[in-house]
Design a protein around this ligand. Structure first.
Ligand code: AMP
Ligand code: MG
Length: 338
């Protein structure tokens, strides 16, 4: 009898993560490790080395935590793209090896679509506008005509990369986003009547798209001109999150949908969650955010999408299993009900 569990392998960037879903698609917590460089940003080759070195222990830990053995795995899914080539290739190689050894189907999935499906499952929403805010990606996505279509996205860097890069300039190590959140909320506690006067930054909206590098440079300039770090963190969040929420609101208006779903690591941020809720309330819509362990990159979401696609008849042959660094959200046909 084939194993009941689907294994998911996530390795698009800084994190290697193994996760599981059971025969009903219920996820178990992932077993993950994130590379944290002593200085500088994420180097793709170094991150790939980290993933290679961490893999066997992480997988063993996942099996132990769930009381299962390799034979209980009935399918192996992995992130086929988008992401950093060397990192993706480590995950794909592990997936091919395991699927071949265990004689299970192999399913290469789209990382961005996996964020959407775990969010839909966890939040119980049906047909949302997804605000996908992660390190490398910032997109507003809607299901239209059998695909998840990108209605707007960043034209330069992802919002998470922008926050991390700004933080790095202040000596704050990766990931900087959570530290910026903490500094901003501590500053706001001390300055409850805070105003953006004197802390203005450019607005990142470009039509339905976004651009963050100018915002980051302007935030650094505020510091150079003597503004407090906490104040600048607060202003940076207010401006960059408002831009994302504005695009999501326009997507709601344009498509007539009535749910917003947050996904990606930056969706862990309480202020962003609050801004989305306020926007949705004003439009008689609802706003949803999955538990934080399913916002950050995780193997469970890859396992879930792998299982959904397998249940709808798709597997990946070894010949088609190469990774695609530039895989787009709208390249994946949505063959399951939305
Ligand atoms: P991902 O690429 O989806 O794994 O998300 C990683 C990104 O999420 C990094 O850029 C982090 O700085 C960012 N991030 C994680 N937690 C938070 C938070 N609480 N506030 C803002 N950004 C965050
Ligand atoms: Mg991600």
């Amino acid at each position: 009898m084939p194993g009941l569990w689907t294994l998911g392998i996530e390795s698009t960037a800084h994190t290697l993560s193994f996760g599981l879903v059971d025969a009903d698609g219920n996820p178990a917590p992932s077993s993950s490790s994130t590379v944290r460089p002593d200085e500088g940003g994420i180097h793709p080759r170094e991150a790939a080395d980290h993933h290679k070195n961490a893999a066997s222990e992480l997988l063993q830990r996942l099996f132990e935590a769930n009381g299962i053995a390799a034979d209980d795995i009935g399918a192996v899914a992995y992130s086929q793209g988008p992401g950093l080539g060397p990192c993706l290739r480590v995950g794909a190689a592990i997936a091919r090896g395991l699927a071949s050894k265990l004689e299970t189907p192999l399913i290469g999935v789209n990382h961005c679509v996996a964020h959407i499906e775990i969010g839909r499952q966890q939040c119980g929403c049906s047909d949302p506008i997804l605000l996908y805010v992660s390190g490398g990606n910032t997109q507003v996505i809607a299901h239209l005509d059998g695909r998840y279509r990108v209605l707007g996205e960043t034209l330069d860097i992802g919002i998470g990369n922008m926050l991390d890069k700004f933080a790095r300039g202040q000596g704050i190590p990766f990931p900087g986003g959570p530290v910026i959140e903490k500094l901003a909320s501590e500053w706001l506690d001390k300055n409850p009547n805070a105003s953006l006067e004197g802390l203005e930054l450019p607005f990142a909206v470009r039509g339905m798209d976004l651009a963050f590098s100018g915002v980051m440079t302007a935030a650094q300039r505020l510091l150079d001109n003597g503004a407090e770090l906490g104040a600048v963190c607060w202003s940076l969040q207010e401006h960059s999150f408002a831009a994302c929420v504005e695009i999501a609101e326009r997507a709601l208006a344009h498509t007539g949908k009535s749910e917003v779903l947050l996904g990606g690591g930056v969706a862990c941020n309480n202020r962003l969650r609050e801004m989305c809720t306020l926007m949705a309330e004003e439009r008689d819509a609802t706003s949803h955010a999955p538990p934080r362990m399913f916002c950050i990159d995780n193997g469970s979401m890859i396992a879930l999408l792998g299982k959904i696609e397998l249940d709808h008849g798709r597997t990946t042959s070894y010949a088609q299993s190469a990774v695609d660094q530039y895989l787009r959200t709208d390249q994946t046909p949505v063959t399951w009900p939305v």
